[in-house]
Design a protein around this ligand. Structure first.
Ligand SMILES: [Fe+2]
Length: 260
C-alpha cells in the first residue's frame, strides 16, 4: 500500500546574508545541508510543507533564498507564518505558497496562519478557523492534515507551553466535530513530538537549525542535530512518519545562550 509522500520543513530561521548566526549556528548552511539530504534521498516528496519561522532577520532576501532552493524540487510547496515571519514579504516572494489548501487525492492539507503579529504566542483567528471548517465541510470524504506553527497541546515544557497556541481549546473543539482530521502538524518547539490527543495524531518536528531540549521548564538549547520530517499519508487514513536528522552535523552552537 503506497501513500502520498510529504516533507515537513520547519523553523529554518534564515538570514538574508550568509554571515548571519543564530546562537552561534549558521542557519542558512544547516538548511542547505538538510535540503541537499532531501534532494539526494529516494523519498521523492509529492508536496512540501514549511511550517513557520522561515526567517530570522525579517529580510526579503531570506525568503527569496528559501524560495530559490525550494524551487529546485518538482514538488509543490506551501509555507505559513511563525512568530518570526512577515506575511507581506512571504506573499510578495511567493503568493502561490501562501494558499490554505492543497488537494492530495483522498487526503487534503489545510495550512493555517497562527501568527499574532508582533507577539510570540499563537492564535487561530475566526477567519483561519472558518477556512479550516470550510475545507472540512466541502470535502467530507477526504482525510485531513492540518498544519500551522504553534502547537495546540502541552509539551510538558513550561516556557514553550506559555508561548503556544492561546486558543487551543477552541481549535480542539472544532476538529472533534470532524473525525476525518487525522494529523495536526506543528513547528515552533524545535523538537520531535508524536502523540495522540483525542484520537488525532499531533506531530512536531525538529528545526532545520537549533533544537530546544525537551521537558525543560526554562529555555534550554539541545545539541541534537538539525532535521526534518517525512510523512506518508495512507489511503486508509493512517500516517507513516519519521524524523530524519543530519547525523554528526556540527552547528557550533553557543550552548550558554539563554534565549532567542
Ligand atoms: Fe522557531
Amino acid at each position: 500500500m503506497n501513500g502520498t509522500r510529504i516533507i515537513q520543513l520547519t523553523d529554518t530561521h534564515l538570514f538574508g546574508s550568509h554571515d548571519g548566526r543564530l546562537m552561534g549556528a549558521d542557519t542558512n548552511q544547516s538548511f542547505q545541508a538538510v535540503w541537499e539530504r532531501i534532494q539526494s534521498s529516494t523519498f521523492n516528496p509529492e508536496a512540501i510543507l514549511v511550517t513557520g519561522d522561515l526567517t530570522q532577520d525579517d529580510s526579503l532576501e531570506s525568503y527569496q533564498w528559501l524560495k530559490s532552493l525550494l524551487d529546485t524540487s518538482n514538488a509543490p510547496y506551501l509555507w505559513t507564518c511563525g512568530n518570526h515571519d512577515d506575511a507581506r514579504l512571504m506573499r510578495q516572494v511567493n503568493p502561490e505558497a501562501m494558499v490554505h489548501h492543497m488537494d492530495l487525492g483522498n487526503w487534503q492539507v489545510v495550512m493555517l496562519n497562527s501568527q499574532i503579529p508582533g507577539q510570540i504566542p499563537g492564535f487561530l483567528s475566526s477567519k483561519e478557523l472558518a477556512l479550516l471548517e470550510h475545507s472540512l465541510t466541502s470535502n467530507p470524504e477526504k482525510y485531513t492534515l492540518v498544519a500551522f506553527h504553534h502547537p495546540a497541546y502541552s509539551i510538558e515544557s513550561q516556557w514553550l507551553d506559555n508561548i503556544s497556541l492561546k486558543n487551543a481549546a477552541q481549535f480542539m473543539e472544532l476538529i472533534q466535530s470532524y473525525p476525518n482530521v487525522r494529523v495536526v502538524l506543528n513547528g515552533h518547539i524545535h523538537q520531535e513530538r508524536d502523540q495522540l490527543v483525542e484520537d488525532v495524531r499531533f506531530l512536531s518536528t525538529p528545526s532545520t537549525c537549533v533544537q530546544f531540549k525537551p521537558k525543560c521548564d526554562d529555555f534550554m538549547l539541545d545539541d541534537r542535530w538539525p532535521g526534518y520530517r517525512e510523512l506518508e499519508l495512507m489511503p486508509d487514513g493512517t500516517v507513516n512518519t519519521r524524523v530524519i536528522r543530519l547525523e554528526g552535523y556540527s552547528l557550533e552552537l553557543d550552548l550558554a545562550a539563554n534565549g532567542y
